[in-house]
Every structure is written in structure tokens, then in C-alpha cells.
Design a protein around this ligand. Structure first.
Ligand code: 3EB
Length: 344
């Protein structure tokens, strides 16, 4: 018997959104527009994240659309636009750094902390307390500003907001990614759950929340993957995964070897997820959907060849340009599984 899946993902060209009638949006939780997004195509009630990560093949603008079974509730709290089902809440917000007062801490740190405080306020109020997956984007991730690297400032703001929100900064933390865009405000989109997911770590890697101080005074707050056993079938998000073993970058300046190492890491995370998931759950490399962040567009061909070798020709994959959070990382790969995949 075919399982009726509660959550589904579609990757499709932004231009094809024009073809759909108003009702098509009724059970859309939220959407991310990657590349040169045309804002006019999405009804204003739909939480929408516009991410300036240039799409590296196919149309100039791709959508990542999350859909679930209705009925859905729609709302705006502060700057967070959200939509939710019985079990799950999708939200999106952006905070311009210019709008943040400059104090002792950097403007990016303030923007990040403000964003997460708003998110936690919403999640507490609506009763979806468990942050499941967070996607973080902002320009100049490897730049130095106000005396430190911007990725470190982001980490400080995120960790502070977790503390202020009474949330754990180790152990039960969400899956995430943090990438540098070509421009735009600090942008966060996320999924949250009523029932806590299981955080999954990678035995090949030091937990990111235990990275040593050399990577910044405040550790990143994320798990290598997050598994929602409350969904039927279970849904898995694998965080942005790069060529890191232990806590060190491996294969600097070798994008082919970095892609290989990233897949060794993803495979290790999937093996961990498989031990926690019920029998019959399929989290093989070929069963997932992927977003691949490539630092240098010229590396696309080499990265794509490596990716297809591991995931096969059928798995949905979107390749975009983005800056990865360590200057020596050339590629980062994220994945999700368990949800349905909607054909465009
Ligand atoms: C790493 O493993 C690579 O700060 O939210 C991957 C996934 C990375 C998430 C984040 C950072 C983040 O450390 C970078």
C-alpha cells in the first residue's frame, strides 16, 4: 500500500509558477526562491525566502516548495511570516543589517540574534517548540568586519538567541546550513515541529557545537541531521555537509576530493539515521533530494560528476553558487528524505 506522505518537496523553475491557479497554493507551507527570484509570482500570504544564490544550471531562478496536507493556518508575527499544519510550521524572515543599531557587537550578530529571538517567540506562542531545520543566508560570510569574520558573528548571535530562548545549545539542536549569498539581507527560513525530532551526529566529525575555539569563540548551534519520527513516514534533514573530518578541513584546493569526503560524511550520517529510524525507512544516498553549494562556478562540472556518481541520475539536485563558511571549503551539500517529491 502506498503511504500517503504528509510533507512533499518540489524543485521547479520560478517561471513555471505562472501556470498554477490560486488553489494550487492552498497546501503550500512555504517556498524559497533561489537565484534571481521574481517576487511577483507568489501570493503574499505564502512565507517566502528570496535567496541570492545564483543557480548554476538550467533556469536562472529555482523554487524549493514545501507542501503538506491542509488545512493550513497562515500568519505574520513581527517579521516572521508563517504557515502551519497540525504538526509542522514553516516560517521565513529577513532582517536588514542596516536596520540594526551598531553597539558593542556587530550588526550581523544583532540581526541574527533578533531573527532567532523572533522565531523562538513565535514557536513558543504557537506550540511548535522544536526547531527542526534552519536555513541561514547572508552576504560576505568569509569577510572580516568589525574585527572578526562574519560567520563567527553569525554564530555568536545564533548561540545567544538559543540561550535567551531557554534552548539547548548542544545535543537537541536543529539541522542547519549557513551560506554566503551574492547580496540581500540576513535571511532565515525554517521548519519547526510540535514534537521534538531526534538529533543525529556523525562519528567521523566532532559535533559542531563542540568545535574548538580556533573556529570562533562561540560554536555553531546545529546537529549533523535531524529526524522527525512523529511524521509518517519519518522525515530526515541532513545539514550542510562539507569536507571536514574531526574538526579539520580536508583536501584544501581539491574540489573533487572535497566532494568525495562530503559524501563519506553524508553516508556516515545516513547510517546513524538508519539506526534510529524504524525498520523499512529508506535513507539511502539515492533516495534523497539535494541542494549543492559550489563556491566557484567553474567547479560545477567536477562537482556534478561526483554528486551524480553517488546519488544516481534520478535524485533531485539543485546546484547553486554560494560561499561556504570556511574559506578553504569549496563545496557543501545538504539533503532531505522521507518526504514525497513532487514532479514539476
Ligand atoms: C561544518 O560542518 C560546515 O553554521 O549552521 C554546515 C552546516 C556548516 C551548518 C551552520 C555550518 C552550519 O562546520 C559548515
Amino acid at each position: 500500500m502506498e503511504v500517503v506522505r504528509g510533507l512533499s518537496l518540489a524543485f521547479m523553475p520560478a517561471a513555471s509558477l505562472r501556470a498554477y491557479p490560486e488553489q494550487w497554493w492552498d497546501d503550500v507551507l512555504g517556498i524559497a526562491i533561489l537565484g534571481d527570484g521574481d517576487a511577483g509570482l507568489v501570493p503574499p500570504a505564502i512565507p517566502t525566502a528570496r535567496i541570492a544564490t545564483p543557480v548554476l544550471e538550467g533556469p536562472q531562478s529555482m523554487c524549493e516548495i514545501w507542501r503538506t496536507r491542509g488545512p493550513l493556518e497562515t500568519g505574520l508575527r513581527g517579521r516572521v511570516r508563517y504557515r502551519c499544519s497540525d504538526t509542522m510550521l514553516f516560517g521565513a524572515l529577513e532582517i536588514g543589517e542596516g536596520a540594526v543599531p551598531v553597539g558593542g557587537a556587530s550588526r550581523l550578530q544583532h540581526a541574527t540574534e533578533a531573527a532567532y529571538r523572533e522565531v523562538f517567540g513565535l514557536l513558543d506562542e504557537k506550540g511548535y517548540r522544536a526547531l527542526f531545520r534552519a536555513w541561514n543566508y547572508f552576504p560576505g560570510i568569509n569577510d572580516e568586519a568589525d574585527g572578526s569574520e562574519r560567520y563567527r558573528q553569525f554564530n555568536a548571535g545564533r548561540q545567544e538567541a538559543f540561550r535567551a530562548g531557554g534552548r539547548s545549545t548542544t545535543g537537541h539542536v536543529p539541522a542547519a546550513c549557513a551560506l554566503g549569498t551574492a547580496g540581500g539581507p540576513f535571511t532565515l527560513y525554517f521548519l519547526a515541529l510540535r514534537e521534538a525530532p531526534v538529533a543525529i551526529e556523525n562519528p567521523r566529525q566532532v559535533c559542531a557545537y563542540h568545535y574548538p575555539q580556533q573556529y570562533g569563540p562561540r560554536s555553531p548551534t546545529f546537529a549533523r541531521a535531524s529526524l522527525a519520527l512523529s511524521e509518517a513516514p519519518p522525515v530526515l534533514f541532513v545539514s550542510g555537509t562539507a569536507s571536514i573530518v574531526g574538526h579539520r578541513t580536508l583536501h584544501p584546493a581539491d574540489v573533487v576530493a572535497q566532494t568525495e569526503e562530503s559524501f563519506r560524511n553524508i553516508a556516515a550520517v545516513l547510517a546513524e539515521a538508519g539506526r534510529v529510524a524504524p525498520d523499512g525507512t529508506r535513507f539511502g544516498l539515492r533516495d534523497l533530494s539535494y541542494k549543492v553549494y559550489v563556491r566557484h562556478p567553474a567547479d560545477l562540472g567536477a562537482v556534478r560528476a561526483g554528486v551524480r556518481e553517488h546519488v544516481g541520475s534520478e535524485a533531485p539536485v539543485v546546484f547553486v553558487q554560494a560561499d561556504v563558511c570556511r574559506a578553504d571549503l569549496l563545496v557543501e551539500i545538504e539533503a532531505s528524505g522521507g518526504h514525497a517529491v513532487e514532479e514539476a
